[in-house]
Write a protein that binds this ligand. Structure first.
Ligand SMILES: Nc1ncnc2c1ncn2[C@@H]1O[C@H](COP(=O)(O)OP(=O)(O)O)[C@@H](O)[C@H]1O
Ligand SMILES: [Mg+2]
Length: 253
């Protein structure tokens, strides 16, 4: 039986000479949200990039340890297979500017051949935009370019694009860091709903303790390439064992 959606075990990453991740271990049960927190430069994004094998794109990167997705070692299969099942949203919204809102969402499913007809594709695009809480705002301008959308709308479009591949796991790297509070709330609502209703497992890197408390089940606190403390979010947030966690939660780190 496969117990965990994601298992990261004794993960080490070097970028050139620098030992960036120094033995990171955590597990994410299916249908949960795990928040990764920690100061800037601590290696949070590197953890996400190791999970979906984006680090492969960096010739300087060396990875040791194990990352499993539903029991499968991600380094034992082709990267595109991993990325088909593990979606990612970055801090900066990054819709493709030269193709329509519709095509931004439809491109992935088309490339991966996961729809058989235009009707199926239309339904998938609508589903993804609804799940990203963007449908009502764009349904009358699906064939416009995304360039006129606000930053928050662009970020929800990035989320819809990731969802359109029907990933089992979604990695979100500070997805609300650069957008206004109203849009941030919409994204938080969308995350809660995709976990609850679609059974997707989410790993969310966030700078905001309050956000982690609002939407995560588990919290992993990292400092300088290591996990300092982890556990159910309430336990870690309310009763941090490490002084580093406590100081971060108070906004001092
Ligand atoms: N391409 C790279 N080459 C060399 N060092 C890098 C590269 N990308 C990130 N780093 C370094 O790796 C460390 C961890 O970065 P990162 O994972 O982005 O941290 P975080 O997401 O927690 O802010 C930082 O010290 C950063 O300077
Ligand atoms: Mg980062």
């Amino acid at each position: 039986m496969v117990e965990y959606a994601v298992e990261v075990n004794d993960l080490h990453v070097w970028l050139g000479e620098r030992h960036i991740l120094q033995g990171v271990t955590f597990r994410c049960p299916e249908r949960t949200v795990t928040a990764i927190m920690g100061p800037s430069g601590t290696g949070k994004s590197t953890v996400l990039r190791a999970i979906n094998r984006l680090l492969d794109l960096n010739p300087e990167a060396k990875v040791r340890g194990r990352v499993k997705i539903f029991g499968v070692d991600v380094y034992s299969v082709e990267p595109y297979v991993v990325r088909r099942h593990v979606g990612m949203v970055f801090q900066e919204p990054n819709p493709f500017p030269h193709i329509s809102i519709y095509d931004n969402v439809a491109l992935g499913p088309k490339l991966h051949g996961i729809v058989r007809s235009k009707k199926e594709l239309d339904e998938l695009v609508k589903w993804a935009l609804e799940k990203a809480m963007l449908w009502d705002e764009v349904k009358n301008r699906l064939y416009d370019l995304p360039t006129k959308l606000s930053g928050g709308q662009k970020q929800r479009l990035s989320l819809a694009r990731a969802l359109a591949l029907k990933p089992r796991i979604l990695l979100l790297d500070e997805p609300t860091a650069n957008i206004d509070p109203v849009n941030a709330m919409k994204i938080e609502e969308a995350i809660k709903s995709i976990v609850r209703e679609e059974g997707i497992t989410v790993i969310l890197v966030t700078h905001m303790p309050a956000q982690a408390v609002r939407i995560s089940d588990f919290l992993v606190f990292m400092y300088k390439g290591k996990v300092v403390e982890q556990g159910p979010t309430r336990d870690v947030a309310l009763h941090p064992r490490s002084e580093l966690t406590e100081r971060f939660m108070r906004g001092e780190l």
